[in-house]
Design a binder for this molecule. Structure first.
Ligand code: BYC
Length: 356
């Protein structure tokens, strides 16, 4: 995971993205040892907000036991649940290719990758549960259309190269978005993100390696890889959300240190990271306006179609209905597993009680 198979593959910035994850992990440990920002515990109700503000101001973590404003709790539940749903629904586009991957080795790698996404969903549902909601409630909200999942998973995977493009671009965009979340002010979310990011770096690498192999294969394979990048580029840019001017939650989420960078800042960071990696692949990015801007020390690029993003978010993307139908069916078919697990847990608890 830490090796560098292809130069530039994980150089998202001056220090690699994984270095940033490790620094965030070290800071989390240091904050736990240091104790809380405000001296002593809050007593009167009027002290609670002050105490919360002091913890946020000192870059320390809010934990489930701590008082928090209701709107902070609601924002976290919204974002973490959306993130969890995305991980689970995000298993579908690639799951579609497990039985058709071109070799046993490719199948095994893809299977492991898709299973990792299930694990990410579980860490995130568990993090959301620390805020006082149950996983069942969150799944119901998704089914009722009252919670969302990432727009990107409403696009189809038409060829094997799409699996490479998802790994490189979709997981790549996810890492750029999630590395700053390792420093999120809510402890359980930050800790989940550290583990997720380490695994995502492997996912990005496996996608990059698929595309690298295809782009150095036959002309037809190279064309297939280019076609996948052409289709996934703009939807990947849209993953970062609406432009800052239209982002309803960014300002408050940044003040609370849930989000550390704006949607546009992260989108720019992603574009800058991909340009060099595309060159190494020997493939192009489908944007004639893409060029280095010396003054800004960043690339100029064409923005994704935000009208399309809003349409996809509101349920009218190419695969929305199919993804939700599949999710509902899988949930219903898994009912017996949940019942069996609950019965087993109850039996274990009863035995432990008798033994005590
Ligand atoms: N798709 O005010 P804004 C993965 C919504 S999975 C859908 O900027 P915010 C993987 C937004 O929710 C990784 N909805 O919002 C898995 C809000 O709606 P409501 C998924 C979007 O929260 C398997 C409204 O638009 N990553 O990597 O400040 C296989 C206004 O937006 C989208 C995460 O979930 C979108 N793209 O910022 C492979 C990351 N964009 O609730 C890979 C965690 C915006 O007001 N989430 N909306 O109705 C975040 O970082 C933030 O929630 C966002 C949006 C940057 C996405």
């Amino acid at each position: 995971m830490y090796g560098n198979d292809f130069p530039g593959a994980d150089e998202g910035s001056a220090t690699g993205l994984l270095d940033q994850v490790e620094a965030a992990e070290a800071d989390l440990r240091a904050a736990a040892v240091r104790g809380l920002a405000a001296s002593g515990s809050p007593g009167a109700d009027s002290d609670l907000q002050e105490y919360f503000d002091a913890v946020i101001g000192a870059d320390q973590k809010i934990e489930p036991r701590d008082w928090m404003p209701d709107s902070y709790r609601k924002t976290l539940i919204r974002q973490i649940a959306q993130h969890a749903h995305s991980e689970i629904i995000g298993m579908q586009p690639e799951g579609n290719w497990i039985s058709r991957a071109p070799s046993l080795k490719r199948k095994a790698i893809l299977l492991a990758k898709v299973q990792d996404e299930a694990g990410h969903g579980l860490y995130l549902y568990a993090a959301a549960e620390t805020l006082g909601v149950t996983r069942d409630e969150l799944v119901d909200l998704l089914f009722e259309g009252r919670q969302k999942y990432s727009s990107i998973f409403n696009y189809p995977t038409l060829t094997w190269a799409d699996v490479g493009a998802i790994g490189w671009l979709v997981d790549g965009a996810a890492i750029v978005n999630q590395v700053p979340l390792c420093r999120c002010s809510y402890g359980p979310y930050a800790r989940a993100m550290i583990r997720v990011c380490k695994e995502e770096s492997f996912h990005q690498r496996q996608g990059y390696e698929i595309l690298h192999t295809l782009s150095h294969g036959t002309p037809a394979q190279k064309a297939m890889a280019q076609d996948a990048i052409d289709r996934w580029w703009y939807p990947s840019l849209a993953m970062f959300g609406p432009p800052d001017a239209d982002s309803t939650h960014s300002a408050q989420s940044m003040a609370w240190k849930i989000k550390r960078f704006s949607n546009d800042e992260l989108r720019q960071r992603f574009v800058d990271m991909c340009v060099q990696q595309a060159e190494i692949l020997g493939l192009g990015l489908p944007d004639p306006e893409l060029r280095w801007n010396e003054q800004r020390q960043a690339h100029d690029f064409t923005q994704p179609d935000y009208t399309e993003l809003m349409r996809v978010i509101s349920g009218d993307g190419p695969c929305n209905r199919q993804r939700m139908d599949h999710r509902r069916r899988a949930h219903a078919e898994g009912a017996w597993v949940r019942e069996a697990a609950a019965a087993y847990a109850a039996k274990q608890a009863a035995r432990a009680e008798v033994a005590a």
